[in-house]
Design a protein around this ligand. Structure first.
Ligand code: SF4
Length: 313
């Protein structure tokens, strides 16, 4: 699809809102669904501790319980977004844990009824690059013939020393292969990165952004490192082994990252939502609205400094 950068609502990046309006003619809301998966990095296959920043919820604290049928999950999820959205088309979003970590027949029985629902415009699947064997790629190819499929990959960083520290459990070539095969299958690939990982410099973080920008990915989800209760990262933090970013550092780094990403890359998220009950640090990140406003302000200032016309935010 052609990227129409004149139609970014004045923003300095290609936001998900703009993309959805261009592609679907309307904003779509995500319905968080639970496919009942676990993760090889948690169930003992690769490790039992998980990534050091991952809480027991597998990054899906807002998903409904798997005890509910898919029909009930849809109704619950729609009720959650009803106050802000009166439309009738949604992104069916399997977020928690690793949503291709199951036999392919189980995945077929899960995803096909969902993608065929009239109200579903996009099927979005969060997973790990090392859980995309050939039969799962073929399944994704079939799903892509019905409706758009987004596959979200949690890369976090391109630096192997950090990947080992956070216990990510796969290497960079594995990510590259997954992106290539997913693109061949017709999926849109969205990559998660984390800004502020322990011992990474601003240059390291920018190198990750440049790499992702050249990887063939269609979109990026930026995330500030959150230190959550009950994680190994929390233990390291309490021992004073690393420091979290200050708000002004995150804001400035995010503006830098946006400046090195290609214009065609859709920015799905500028900072993440953590479970505030679990958030230890940085505490300032609990006020997400403030952080987003600060980023927009920083982009506006940078734009003015560059002598461009003022942007509307
Ligand atoms: S891959 Fe995802 S679900 Fe698995 S341990 Fe890491 S962050 Fe948690």
């Amino acid at each position: 699809m052609e990227v129409d950068i004149r139609n970014w609502n004045g923003r300095r990046y290609y936001s998900l809102d703009c993309y959805l309006k261009q592609r679907f003619g309307t904003k779509l809301y995500k319905l968080a669904l639970n496919g009942g998966m676990t993760c090889p990095n948690r169930d003992g296959t690769l490790s039992s501790g998980g990534c050091i920043f991952c809480s027991g919820g597998g990054s899906g604290e807002f998903t409904p319980s798997v005890r509910h049928t898919m029909e009930e999950q849809f109704e619950q999820a729609k009720a959650l977004v009803r106050q802000k959205y009166d439309g009738s088309r949604y992104i069916a979003y399997f977020q928690a844990f690793t949503n291709t970590y199951a036999p392919v027949e189980q995945l077929r029985n899960l995803f096909f009824p969902v993608i065929r629902r009239e109200e579903v415009a996009v099927l979005s699947i969060a997973t790990r690059p090392d859980c995309l064997e050939e039969d799962k790629i073929e399944l994704i190819r079939e799903l892509c013939r019905i409706k758009p499929v987004w596959v979200e990959l949690g890369l976090q960083t391109i630096h192997e020393r950090t990947a080992r520290l956070i216990r990510r459990g796969y290497d960079l070539p594995c990510f590259d292969r997954a992106v290539r095969r997913l693109k061949e299958a017709g999926a849109e690939v969205i990559v998660h990165t984390i800004t502020g990982l322990p011992f990474e410099t601003p240059d390291d973080m920018l190198q990750t952004a440049v790499y992702v920008g050249n990887s063939g990915a269609d979109g990026v989800k930026l995330q500030l490192l959150h230190v959550l209760e009950g994680t190994d990262l929390a233990t390291m933090y309490r021992r004073g082994e690393f420091e979290v970013l200050r708000e002004e550092e995150y804001v400035s780094l995010t503006a830098e990252i946006l400046s090195v990403l290609p214009e065609r890359i859709v920015i799905h998220r500028l900072t993440g939502d953590g479970d505030k009950r679990l958030l230890i640090a940085p505490r300032w990140s609990g006020d997400k609205r403030h952080v987003l406003n600060a980023i927009q302000h920083e982009l506006k200032i940078r734009n003015l400094r560059q002598g461009c016309k003022a942007v509307t935010v």
